[in-house]
Design a protein around this ligand. Structure first.
Ligand SMILES: Nc1ncnc2c1ncn2[C@@H]1O[C@H](COP(=O)(O)OP(=O)(O)O)[C@@H](O)[C@H]1O
Ligand SMILES: [Mg+2]
Length: 264
């Protein structure tokens, strides 16, 4: 038997933790993904950037099986997602943490219980183990003192931190973020970026995939960046590559300028 293919991401030199191969997805006449090819390197921070409505969230949802491609394949390591039955798919989702744009906390639960929820629901950890793990994470996101507060009593930045703690509580291999800093002021956004970076450093095996149109975050923390436009990954590279790439479409996006080829 031959050794499994090793797919090495050329941008980072890391093995591909997630791989999109010519993924296509349409909603009726709306051809959103038109052949996405992308490697997400293991143990690194990858950004997918692009304008609103270009299919960034759709791309992300395919990884967890929340959407299925019309054509093409998605691999997690060597596993073709298409070959998994529903039970295997559920088991696979445990390996993911997800940080949504809106943290979607349970309004009636305090911070501690929100973070503890996935542990209580899906594991048989003892009361003491849950307590220890949740407090460890609240400390990591700077919310040790907020354990008894209700979501209605939290600022936007704190809410996102609770969402991050909850996503991490079951020690995922993959952390997926959909616009983690949207709605935050620039200072809070920078704090969130730092927290994402600290989280990555504290968990070197973690593979982080972040959807964003916040270029300052990209330049601060991205190991790899993929620019999605017209349903394909039009450019990929390091953050430095995006500082200098000449394509006027990318330049306009990076600088947020009204002048350029993009239709506003
Ligand atoms: N479940 C769905 N059903 C129909 N259309 C959808 C669905 N999800 C996304 N779309 C459409 O796909 C396109 C890309 O959406 P999305 O991935 O959310 O964009 P963004 O890059 O802003 O995250 C949009 O035109 C959106 O309306
Ligand atoms: Mg989106």
């Amino acid at each position: 038997m031959s050794a499994p293919d090793r797919h090495i991401d050329p941008i980072t030199g890391q093995p591909a933790a997630i791989r999109y191969v010519d993924v296509r997805k349409s909603f009726k006449d709306n051809h959103v993904l038109r052949g996405v090819n992308l490697m997400v390197p293991q143990g690194r921070v990858t950004f997918i950037i692009g304008r609103s409505g270009t299919g960034k969230s759709v791309t992300l949802k395919h990884i967890m099986g929340l959407l299925r491609p019309d054509a093409g394949k998605i691999f997690l390591g060597d596993t073709d997602l298409d070959t998994l039955n529903p039970r295997e798919m559920r088991a696979l989702r445990v390996r993911f943490g997800m940080v949504f744009q809106h943290a979607a906390l349970f309004d009636s639960m305090n911070v501690f219980d929100n973070v503890a929820f996935p542990l209580r629901e899906h594991t048989r950890k003892s009361h003491a183990e849950v307590e220890q793990r949740v407090m460890e994470l609240l400390a990591q996101v700077g919310l040790s003192d907020a354990r008894d507060r209700l979501p209605s009593d939290l600022s936007g930045g704190m809410t996102k931190r609770v969402g991050l703690a909850r996503a991490l509580v079951r020690e995922p291999e993959f952390l997926l973020y959909d616009e983690p800093t949207s709605g935050l002021d620039p200072v809070l956004a920078a704090a969130m970026d730092q927290l994402i970076l600290d989280t990555q450093r504290a968990n070197p095996q973690l593979t982080s995939l972040i959807i964003s149109h916040d270029m300052s975050a990209v330049f601060r923390i991205a190991d790899k960046v993929a620019f999605l436009a017209d349903g394909v990954v039009l450019h990929e590279g390091t953050a430095d590559y995006f500082r200098t790439v000449a394509d006027p479409l990318v330049r306009q996006f990076v600088t947020g300028s009204l002048d350029g080829p993009m239709v506003v």
